[in-house]
Every structure is written in C-alpha cells, then in structure tokens.
Design a protein around this ligand. Structure first.
Ligand SMILES: Nc1ncnc2c1ncn2[C@@H]1O[C@H](COP(=O)(O)OP(=O)(O)OP(=O)(O)O)[C@@H](O)[C@H]1O
Length: 255
C-alpha cells in the first residue's frame, strides 16, 4: 500500500540545510497498523507528510496505493488526523464531519448517511448537533477521526492524535481505535511518542533516530489482534516495549 525506497528529505532553511529524512525504506501492507516512534525532530511527521503528498522528498521514491503521493492525495486515498483536533468551532460536529464530503461533492443524502455512520463508528452518535466546545478533548479527537473516516479512504494517517490527552482518556481511545481498525481493516500510519501506545496498537513498530531521521529498528508485533488493555502486563508486551526502548536509546547514543 505504501512503498518507500531510500527516501531523503532536506529542508533548505535560512540557517542552512536541515536533513529531516535519510535513506528511509519501508513497505506498509494493506491492513497493517504501523506506528512511528522516535525523539522530537527525528522526522516522523515529515515522513507522514511525505506519504500524504504534503512534502516533496528530495531523494528516493515513494508510492501510495500504486500512485505518486500527489496523485494519491488527489484521489483521496487517505484521511489525516492531526495532533490537535482542528475542528471548525462555527460548525457542529456533524458539520465538521460532513465538510470533506461537501468539498468532494457527495450527494446530500449520502453525506447525511456517512456522517451518521462515521459518528456511530467513533461512538459519537447523538452528538451530531453539538458544537466542538460542548465536547471533551477526547470526544473532539474522536470527531476528527470521524472526519478522516467519513469518505472511507483505505489509509488513515494519524500524527500523535492523542498526545494532548490524559492517560485514562488515551487508554480508552487506544482501545476504541484498535476496535475500529479491526472492524474497518484500514491501513494505519500512526505517529506517537509513547512506547506503550505504540506497542499496544501496532502490528509493526518503526523506531527512528534523531536527525537525520533514519529507521533504526522495525519490530513485528507477535501480539494477537484482540488486545485487552491488561495485555500491557504480559511478558510479550514488556519484551517488545524493551526492544523499542533499546532502539530509542541506541539512536540517542548515535546522536
Ligand atoms: N517546513 C520545514 N522547514 C524546515 N525544517 C523543517 C520543516 N519541517 C520540519 N523541519 C525540520 O525537520 C526535522 C524533522 O521534523 P518533524 O516535525 O518531522 O519531526 P518529528 O519527529 O515529527 O518531531 P515531533 O515529535 O516533535 O513532532 C526537524 O528538525 C524540523 O525542525
């Protein structure tokens, strides 16, 4: 679904070139849940933005769904969830979720049906006519996930969507996201700073090192797809978490 080969990205800044990605190669298959973890500034967001066709790599090749990222973006191959929910305050929750459908010209009846369905999917049925400020932070983030799911793209790109939420809300949303992923079979690219979050959610964890952002480890998770929260106390879970931590430490030593 996503194929990166020797990807490089150097930003030209007033202070000189900043090499954000260096020789990044990765294949992401359909239906995988892949997390990217690494220290601040290691290029996680940049890589996600390259997949989304929002940044132009300066070297290497990248295809998304067999197309160039730009073509995939125009074909609406993915939904993107940002760090902050980014809902329009003057629109209701339903109005926010409907927005991409309006832009894409879906017939009105289908817009209404899709809004209803996706709000139900993220457990926000009944909140369609509320405004964002009437919802908690966690609910707002769920609404932004609904907006990314509304047009039913195969790929969901999520950039630290739960970073600003407290632990308990985050746990709950992690469980819901996992259930949603299992139900929909989407391919997910997920950026996080949290080791437990990465291990809990992913079929594969990509560990990145600081600038220039490189992949230092790719860990296939042996955990079953059905994962209750207390799986985090299991030996397998703790072993994977250790390996991720070791990878992150090794990256720091390199720096
Ligand atoms: N548009 C830009 N112009 C110049 N430099 C940029 C630009 N975007 C990102 N960078 C730089 O590229 C590097 C990678 O940034 P990126 O945001 O991808 O890191 P990150 O791993 O997502 O960080 P964080 O975890 O803090 O979100 C950083 O050094 C950043 O300052």
């Amino acid at each position: 679904m996503i194929e990166a080969r020797g990807l490089d990205l150097t930003f030209q800044t007033n202070d000189g070139p900043v090499r954000a990605l260096s020789d990044v190669s990765l294949d992401i298959g359909a239906g995988e849940f892949v997390s990217f973890i690494g220290p601040s500034g290691c290029g996680k967001t940049t890589f996600l933005r390259c997949i989304a066709g929002l940044e132009e790599p300066t070297g290497g090749s990248l295809t998304v769904n067999g197309m160039s990222p730009d073509a995939a973006r125009r074909a609406r191959a993915y939904g993107y969830v940002f760090q902050a929910a980014g809902l329009y305050p003057w629109r209701t929750i339903g109005g926010n979720v409907r927005l991409p459908l309006e832009i894409m010209g879906f017939p009105r009846a289908e817009q209404a049906e899709r809004v209803r369905r996706t709000l139900e999917l993220v457990d926000l049925a009944g909140f369609e006519n509320k405004f964002p400020w009437q919802l908690s932070g966690g609910m707002q983030q769920r609404a932004s996930i609904a907006r990314a799911l509304a047009f039913d793209a195969d790929i969901l790109l999520m950039d630290e969507p739960f970073g600003a939420l407290d632990e308990i809300v985050r746990d709950h949303l992690n469980e819901e996201l996992l259930a949603l992923w299992r139900r929909t079979g989407k391919t997910v690219g997920f950026v996080t700073h949290s080791i437990p979050e990465a291990v809990f959610l992913s079929t594969r964890i990509v560990v990145m090192s600081p600038r220039p952002g490189r992949i230092t480890d790719v860990i296939d998770s042996p955990l079953p797809s059905e994962r209750p929260l207390d799986i985090r106390d299991s030996r397998e879970f703790i072993e994977i978490a250790h390996r991720v931590r070791d990878g992150l430490r090794a990256g720091h030593v390199d720096d």
